[in-house]
Design a protein. Structure first.
Length: 145
């Protein structure tokens, strides 16, 4: 069966995406993941995935939003592939889809943040034409302070 790139629309398909997201976000459990995706969807978060024989080997969470700094952009929150499916071009296929989706939706740019240690991902992003344009800074633990 051919790989199918699909926008995820319902809870059943969100559940199918869990293993792919768990590979990137190991702290997640399935129920919390489903609930958080539903909350984020209220703020334009969507998932696009590759479905192959009823399995989701790779998926991306993204949103189309606007920033004063960048205008209208497609922001990739998550791009992930299950360990056993890496090296098959799934993330590359999803990046192509996301770039085209951004163009089709009038976005001025596509943005993402990536961990400094994700060298394989960086190679893909640079190959797809992304540039390193900023540093992302954060402060955590605010609810525990």
């Amino acid at each position: 069966m051919q790989n199918e790139v699909v926008l995820i629309q319902d809870e059943e398909d969100i559940t199918l995406c869990f293993d792919a997201f768990k590979a990137l976000r190991p702290h997640l459990n399935k129920q919390d993941f489903i609930e958080q995706v539903a909350r984020q969807a209220k703020d334009s978060y969507q998932i696009v995935a590759i479905k192959k024989d009823g399995v989701v080997p790779s998926a991306a969470g993204f949103r189309i939003t606007e920033f004063l700094a960048w205008g209208k952009v497609l922001y990739i929150d998550d791009l992930t592939t299950c360990e056993e499916y890496r090296g098959n071009g799934y993330a590359s296929t999803l990046m192509d889809w996301l770039i085209n989706h951004a163009k089709e939706n009038g976005c001025e740019a596509l943005h993402l943040d990536t961990g400094h240690h994700r060298h394989v991902a960086h190679k893909l992003y640079l190959k797809k034409g992304l540039s390193i344009t900023s540093h992302h800074l954060s402060i955590g633990g605010l609810q525990n302070a």
